[in-house]
Design a protein around this ligand. Structure first.
Ligand code: HEC
Length: 180
């Protein structure tokens, strides 16, 4: 590089630094501060131990009604699946001993609270977040009951749901327990 080009490069570098300095000093001044109430609407995560579960309850029988009205059109009768593209089976599932075995609630989910969380945030697929919490508890009880993971008379609520033991739970192994 000639001396003149070197000089130009130095000037360019200096002006880039100046522009960067200007940008960080100003804020775009867009948007508005999010309120606590706004955050709460989206802060719906439920932990395996039941932290975050709302008040309310539901049973298998109540869930059967919700299912018939709001789920069966896609997941088919009794949760067999295949009523609509992508709407898989909500019941059964073989042992997970091959890479291509389909994962299901029964053979894969580690925690029953995940069933509740998933349904509350994502189902019905065409109208997510539309179910009242009692209906989410009820349809969760229905699916767990169909899978014989709870009895048909069991009531699901914030206390009982985290106590349901899922068959695959012990196969989720923390590779580095000392890093938790
Ligand atoms: C319009 C069709 C449709 C309706 C209605 C519907 N679902 Fe689904 N459901 C789907 C699809 C599609 C998927 C897969 C979504 C994906 O993989 O992203 C799914 C996935 C699920 C899963 C996850 C299954 C798994 O193996 O992880 C659950 C649980 C579920 N639905 C429950 C329900 C319940 C309960 C209702 C009724 C309240 C319902 N769905 C209504 C289409 C539907």
């Amino acid at each position: 590089m000639s001396m003149r080009n070197l000089g130009r490069a130095a000037t360019l570098a200096a002006s880039l630094v100046a522009v960067a300095g200007l940008a960080s000093a100003q804020s775009p001044n867009l948007g508005k501060k999010i309120t606590e109430a706004d955050i709460q609407q989206w802060d719906t995560a439920i932990l395996p131990d039941g932290t975050g579960l709302p008040p309310g309850s539901g049973t298998f029988a109540q869930g059967a009604k919700v299912y018939a009205e709001k789920c069966q059109s896609c997941h088919a009768e009794g949760g067999k699946g295949g009523g609509a593209p992508g709407a898989g089976a909500l019941i059964g599932g073989g042992p997970l001993n091959a890479i291509n075995t389909p994962k299901t609630i029964k053979n894969y989910y580690a925690y029953a609270t995940t069933v509740f969380d998933y349904i509350r945030r994502g189902m019905p697929y065409n109208s997510p977040r539309s179910l009242p919490d009692n209906e989410v508890y009820a349809v969760t009880a229905y699916i767990l009951g169909l899978n014989k993971l709870i009895g048909e008379k069991d009531v699901m609520d914030a206390k009982t749901l985290p106590q349901v033991k899922m068959p695959n739970q012990d196969n989720f192994i923390m590779p580095y327990p000392d890093r938790i």
